[in-house]
Ligand binder design. Structure first.
Ligand SMILES: Nc1ncnc2c1ncn2[C@@H]1O[C@H](COP(=O)(O)OP(=O)(O)O)[C@@H](O)[C@H]1O
Ligand SMILES: [Mg+2]
Length: 430
C-alpha cells in the first residue's frame, strides 16, 4: 500500500515515520518532505506542492490515501479537489477548515452552538476598533481573522500596544489579507492544553492529550513561536475535564458542522484554556499540532493506517487505539534568529551519532546540502523521547538534543515544567 503525506515539517516527519511502521505499507511519499523524511526507512520525498500536481501524483501512483499535515492546503481546498476526483484523502473540506482559516467564523460558530469561548467583537474598520478599545478597558487579546502562521495574535500589555496592533493590522496591513479583519476578545487566564481528535463526519476518536510551549524562552517568556516543545499526556486535562471537552466542545463542533451542511472530517484540534473548573476554547485548528504530533504519535501503539482507514470509511466508532502508558516529550531545536528571521544553511553536527532507545530525532527545517544536513527553516528538529514519567522523558530527550550542534541553536531547557509540577503534586492524567 502507498500513502501520500503532504507537508515538510516535524509533524509530517512524525506522521510518515508512524505510517511507515504499518505492516501493510510499501511506500510513504512525503511532498515535499525534509532531510529527515528523505532518510526515514520506507519514505521517499517528492518535490510537489500545488494541489493539481499532488492530485496527479496520487492518481498515477495509485496511492491508497493522502494525509494533509499543514493548514494552508486545507484552507485552499485540497480535500474538495481530491474528493471531486475520487481520490481518498483524510482532512477537512475547505468549508470545515474555516474553523481555523477565519477566527471570526470560528467565534461565531462557537456562539451559534453554545461552545464556551471568550466574549468577542470583530472589526474591519480601524476607527470602530479603536473606539471599542476605549470603551472596553479590561484585558483583551487582538487576533487577525485569517491564517498568519502563528504571527496573528497580540496579547497587549498596555492600551497603547492594543491600539498599535489594531493600527498595524487594519491600517498598515502588516499581515496582508489575513489582518484585514480583526477579532478582539476577552483575555482568559489559565493553563493551555491541546485536545486533538479524529473525526469521520459523525464519529469522534480522541487522541492522547498534549501541551505545547509557545514562547521562545524558558519560564514562558519571550515572543510567541510555532511551538518550542510539547509533551503528552497533559495532566491539566483530568479524566473529568476530558469528558467535558468531548461533551461541551468536540461533539458540538461535529454536530454543528453537520447541521450546517459541512460534515467535519479529519483531525480536529481544540486549543483550550483551563482554569480550575473553567473551560474555554481559544481556537480551533483543522489539523494535527506541531510539535504536539511528535509526542502523541510516539505514544500511539496502534497502526495509524488502520485508524485513518476507519475514519475514511466512517467507522471511527469501531476502533479503539492503544496508547503507551508512558510520557512522551519533544524538545525543539530552533535556528538562530527564530522566530523573527531564522537563518538558513547552518551545518548540523552530531546527527548521525545522536540517538538512544525510545528516542527519535524528527526533522522539520532541514535540507541536504551535498553529504551534509543543514538548517533550512525556523524549527529545525524535535527530539522526542518516552519515559516512565515526565522527568525521565525530559532527561532522555535533552541527553540526545545536547549531542546535536549547529550555529546559534535555540532550545528551551524547561519543556514539561507544568507536568513535572503536577507530578510533584500527584495529579492523574490521560
Ligand atoms: N483569549 C485569550 N486569552 C489569553 N491568551 C490568549 C487568548 N487567545 C489567545 N491567547 C494566547 O495566544 C496564543 C495564540 O492564540 P491562538 O488563538 O491559538 O492563535 P494562533 O495559534 O492562530 O496564533 C495562544 O496559544 C494563547 O497563549
Ligand atoms: Mg494556537
Amino acid at each position: 500500500m502507498k500513502i501520500l503525506v503532504v507537508g515538510s515539517g516535524g509533524r509530517e516527519h512524525a506522521l510518515a515515520w508512524k505510517l511507515a511502521q504499518s505492516p501493510r505499507m510499501s511506500r510513504i511519499y512525503v511532498a515535499p518532505g525534509n532531510a529527515g523524511t528523505a532518510a526515514e526507512p520506507g519514505c521517499t520525498n517528492v518535490a510537489l506542492s500545488s494541489i493539481d500536481e499532488l492530485l496527479a501524483f496520487a492518481r498515477s501512483e495509485r496511492v491508497a490515501f493522502t494525509v494533509v499535515g499543514p493548514e494552508a492546503p486545507l484552507a485552499e481546498g485540497i480535500v474538495d479537489a481530491f474528493r471531486a476526483a475520487d481520490q481518498r484523502i483524510f482532512g477537512p473540506s475547505r468549508a470545515c477548515a474555516r474553523l481555523e482559516s477565519s477566527k471570526e467564523f470560528a467565534k461565531a460558530f462557537m456562539q451559534r452552538h453554545g461552545i464556551p469561548t471568550a466574549a468577542y467583537a470583530s472589526f474591519d474598520a480601524a476607527a470602530s476598533a479603536h473606539d471599542y478599545l476605549e470603551r472596553n478597558p479590561g484585558p483583551i487579546v487582538i487576533k487577525a481573522d485569517g491564517l498568519a502562521a502563528g504571527k496573528g495574535v497580540v496579547v497587549p500589555a498596555t492600551p497603547e500596544e492594543a491600539h498599535a496592533a489594531v493600527e498595524a493590522m487594519l491600517v498598515t496591513g502588516t499581515l496582508g489579507a489575513a489582518g484585514k479583519r480583526v477579532v478582539i476578545e476577552q483575555f482568559l487566564a489559565g493553563e493551555e492544553a491541546s485536545f486533538i481528535a479524529m473525526v469521520d463526519g459523525r464519529n469522534v476518536l480522541a487522541l492522547a492529550t498534549s501541551q505545547d510551549h509557545k514562547r521562545l524562552h524558558d519560564g514562558d517568556r519571550g515572543p510567541n513561536t510555532g511551538g518550542m516543545g510539547a509533551y503528552s499526556p497533559a495532566p491539566v486535562v483530568t479524566p473529568r475535564m476530558h469528558a467535558r471537552v468531548m461533551r461541551e466542545v468536540i461533539d458540538p463542533v461535529v454536530a454543528g458542522m453537520s447541521a450546517e451542511g459541512s460534515p467535519y472530517t479529519g483531525f480536529l484540534y481544540a486549543g483550550l484554556m483551563i482554569e480550575g473548573e473553567r473551560l474555554n476554547v481559544l481556537e480551533f485548528n483543522c489539523r494535527l499540532g506541531d510539535p504536539e504530533t511528535q509526542p502523541i504519535l510516539f505514544r500511539l501503539k496502534s497502526d495509524l493506517v488502520g485508524l485513518i482507514e476507519a475514519a475514511l470509511n466512517g467507522g471511527l466508532d469501531k476502533v479503539e487505539p492503544q496508547w503507551d502508558r508512558r510520557v512522551a516529550l519533544a524538545v525543539v531545536l530552533a535556528a538562530a534568529g527564530y522566530p523573527e528571521s531564522p537563518r538558513k544553511g547552518d551545518p548540523i553536527e552530531g546527527l548521525a551519532e545522536a540517538g538512544a532507545e525510545d528516542v527519535h530525532v524528527f526533522h522539520a527545517g532541514t535540507a541536504a546540502a551535498g553529504d551534509r544536513i543543514v538548517t533550512s527553516g525556523g524549527r529545525v528538529l524535535a527530539v522526542t523521547a518516552l519515559g516512565d514519567n515526565i522527568r525521565i522523558a525530559q532527561r532522555r530527550a535533552y541527553a540526545v538534543a545536547d549531542q546535536i550542534r549547529f550555529e546559534g541553536v535555540q532550545m528551551r531547557r524547561d519543556i514539561g515544567h507544568r507536568a513535572s509540577g503536577a507530578l510533584r503534586r500527584g495529579s492523574a492524567a490521560r
